[in-house]
Design a protein around this ligand. Structure first.
Ligand code: HEM
Length: 714
């Protein structure tokens, strides 16, 4: 963990700015301690013997893009002080022209995201099923992980109800492996040919371009109620998984079944799972909505701040393993149907490695925006299956980069460069960065000495497509009957939830359908809910003021999977944010001690005072009563000595919101006066009062480990 001398994360620059504009020439500043760019590689994957700074701006002088030093960039070249601008002003033209072309198309989906660098360490436990070298014991592989929402534009809010992307690029010694997954283990559709349909339905209406980044509108519910295979994913979205507390507190899933091949050439079918060390946690719906306005960058800030503070997020990578039988079924579940899970109770997730994210990007555009994932980036030992959703993805991702990244050489952009030698015979094209040698970019050749050669056999570690049988079958646009059950796993999910989680699901359906304009669409979706579960349907129908229909299909029951619930365990509290309400009257030594104790527990204290500035002892205040809002804090402490401000309406609002959100609240000394003023019962679950701040903090951290005091609102 870097020594930050307990600074609260978030400073924009590596050193504090001076009040006056600096005029003494100096070299560009180093990035902040938590930031780096991608490893410096050549376009062909070799280590470049250069510092990262060589790729960034250099020298102390302002120059043109070709290195001429400039005397002035604030005034265009004119015919006289008040005259027209001269066409010969090459600096003006270069500056404006480049600016005019700064934007590239945003991703057609998953446009809004945040990313971090890290390292993946193999456990060696996957050797029985795969020969992928990066999974060998203690092998460390650099990675870049990008989290995203699906529907919103690049500038939309982070905390909308939506699926989250969880895409990891492994720069392995055997080429790049991209695991391009989501935080939800099932998908909306069973065949990729329908991807444009579900996305067109979820995106804003094409006439008014509203609503932004959310599914609570008619076109979305029109599609999913007609297209019932989408009901499984929709139920997951309506659950608390759709509004994560943090990227650090989400599971990730490869979703599709993949095929692994071991050193003996034997194959197994697998599903990938990422398990977060901090547990799986959500915001409440009220919090998610408030956050959209108060801090639309909440998730990206949380990720960057946690890394800057040294609270490096970690996930274990695990696999569920199934025998590679010709029917590709397991326990009656079609493994090629991406709308189905295999419950962990039937096939446990076996850990195979650890991901740690530990460096923030140093430039959003160069890294997070230009990273290009592709499910077809596979390494030896991992192959695809015939899942029709995956098959379409194998085409789509490369294709979309041609537009988004402006040509076929996107893998030469620094963040996309592999760490394995590249000799690909692909040539020329826009933005060609490699200076290829030789005269024979074709095979076979003799003029370049025959190079490059085919890798043959295991010794050369060539990528192997598993030689599985493809059944002789007529061409068809149909799909197997094993894909037809659209409801039993949705019921399984609903019945695996605890009562509080079910309450949240009911409210989510009620909100989303309540925002639809057309009653027919609400009624059609209620029919789907009736097929899932009668109680769910009647509760949502009651909220909508509509009759609950009877089930129209007989749906087989499946055993619940307790592993799907997010409630009931304790988790580490690293990087959790504690708001401490203070004022100049508080005993300063107590405030200093509690601040230090929060840091020592690996959490982040944000001190809140009546105004900005600092306390009399010099302790900086990060928030004022005007700028503090409940959504920023995982728990709130009310310091002894705040009695004079206890009934300030802004403090009351904070306490009441935090209470409603079932978060832990602590008060020491006369801090409990703020509870009284907010009409909060000091004996309620999740509320701690006491004389000693540190004792209260210890109990608070225990509550925080469970994420929420749900019994308060349940
Ligand atoms: C299991 C189903 C799917 C999952 C888990 C998934 C996941 C993702 C993720 C995580 C991203 C964002 C990558 C990033 O951070 O840059 C993404 C982008 C994208 N996905 Fe998918 N996706 C799925 C299905 C599909 C399908 C079926 C298609 C098309 C047939 C598709 C087309 C795209 C496209 C075009 C992008 C934008 C890529 C870019 O511009 O860089 N996806 N997807």
């Amino acid at each position: 963990m870097p020594d930050k001398s307990h600074a609260v994360p978030g400073a924009p620059a590596p050193e504090p700015p001076t009040l006056e504009e600096p005029t003494t020439p100096r070299e560009p500043l180093e990035p902040k301690a938590d930031q780096t760019g991608p490893d410096v590689r050549t376009p062909s994957g070799a280590v470049a013997n250069e510092d990262q700074a060589v790729n960034a701006q250099q020298g102390e002088w302002l120059t043109t893009s070709v290195g001429a030093r400039l005397r002035d960039t604030d005034h265009s070249l004119k015919a006289g002080e008040r005259g027209p601008t001269l066409l010969q002003d090459h600096h003006l033209r270069e500056k404006i022209t480049h600016f005019d072309h700064e934007r590239i198309p945003e991703r057609v989906v998953h446009a809004r995201g945040a990313a971090a660098h890290g390292v993946f360490t193999g456990y060696g436990t996957a050797a029985e099923v795969t020969c992928a070298a990066f999974l060998d014991k203690d092998v460390q592989t650099p990675v870049f992980t990008r989290f995203s929402t699906v529907l919103g534009s690049r500038g939309s809010a982070d905390t909308v109800r939506d699926t989250r992307g969880f895409a990891t690029k492994f720069y392995t010694a055997e080429g790049i492996f991209d695991l391009v997954g989501n935080n939800i283990p099932v998908f909306f559709i069973q065949d990729g040919i329908k991807f444009p349909d579900i996305i067109h339905a979820g995106k804003p209406h094409p006439d008014r371009e509203i609503p932004q980044a959310q599914s609570a509108h008619d076109t979305f519910w029109d599609f999913v109620s007609l297209h019932t295979e989408a009901q499984a994913h929709t139920m997951w979205n309506m659950s608390d998984r759709g509004i994560p507390r943090s990227f650090r507190m989400m599971e990730g899933f490869g979703i599709h079944t993949f095929r692994m091949i071991n050193a003996a050439g034997e194959t197994s079918l697998v599903k990938f799972h990422w398990k977060p060390r901090l547990g799986v946690h959500a915001q409440t719906w009220e919090e998610a909505q408030l956050t959209c306005g108060f801090d639309p960058d909440f998730h990206r800030r949380d990720l960057a701040d946690a890394i800057e503070a040294g609270a490096y997020p970690e996930w274990e990578l695990g696999i569920q393993v199934f025998p590679d039988e010709p029917d590709q079924m397991f326990a009656g579940i079609d493994l090629l149907d991406p709308t189905k899970i295999v419950p962990e109770e039937l096939a446990p997730v076996q850990p195979i490695g650890l991901l740690q994210l530990n460096r923030n990007p140093s430039n959003y555009f160069a890294e997070t925006e230009q990273v290009a994932f592709h499910p077809g980036n596979l390494v030896r030992g991992i192959d695809v299956t015939d899942d029709a959703l995956l098959q379409a993805r194998l085409f789509s991702y490369i294709d979309t980069q041609l537009t988004r990244l402006g040509g076929p050489n996107f893998n030469q952009i620094p963040i996309n460069r592999p760490h394995a030698p590249v000799n690909d015979m692909l040539r020329d094209g826009f933005h060609q960065d490699a200076v290829h040698r030789g005269v024979a970019p074709y095979r076979p050749n003799s003029l370049d000495g025959g190079c490059p050669f085919h890798a043959s056999g295991a010794d050369d570690r060539a990528f192997v497509e598993a030689p599985v049988e493809v059944a002789a079958a007529p061409k068809t646009r149909a799909q197997a009957a094993s894909f037809d059950d659209h409801f039993s796993q949705v019921r399984l999910f609903w019945r695996s939830m605890t009562p509080i989680e079910q309450d949240h699901i009911v409210l989510a359906y009620s909100f989303e359908l309540g925002k639809c304009y057309e009653q027919t669409i609400k009624e059609r979706q209620l029919q789907c809910l009736a097929n899932i579960d009668a109680e769910l349907c009647s509760r949502v129908a009651a909220n909508l003021g509509l009759p609950a229909p009877a089930a129209s299909e007989s749906v087989p029951d499946a055993d619940p999977s307790p592993a799907l619930s997010m409630v009931g365990e304790s988790w580490p509290v690293d990087g959790r944010v504690i708001g401490v309400v203070t004022c100049p009257d508080c005993p300063q030594d107590e405030v200093a001690a509690i601040r230090q104790a929060i840091f020592d527990a690996g959490m982040v204290p944000l001190l809140i005072g009546p105004t900005g500035g600092q306390l009399p002892s010099g302790i900086p205040l990060q928030r004022s009563f005007d700028t503090a809002r409940s959504i920023e804090y995982d728990a709130v402490l009310l310091a002894g000595g705040i009695a004079a401000h206890a009934d300030d309406p802004r403090v009351t609002l904070l306490v009441q919101e935090v209470f409603r959100q079932a978060k832990a609240i602590g008060a020491w000394g006369d801090g409990d006066a703020a509870l009284t003023a907010a009409a909060v019962d000091a004996a309620a679950p999740g509320v701690v009062v006491g004389d000693s701040g540190e004792q209260v903090l210890t109990e608070l951290a225990g509550l925080l480990a469970k994420h929420r005091a749900w019994e308060r609102v349940g």
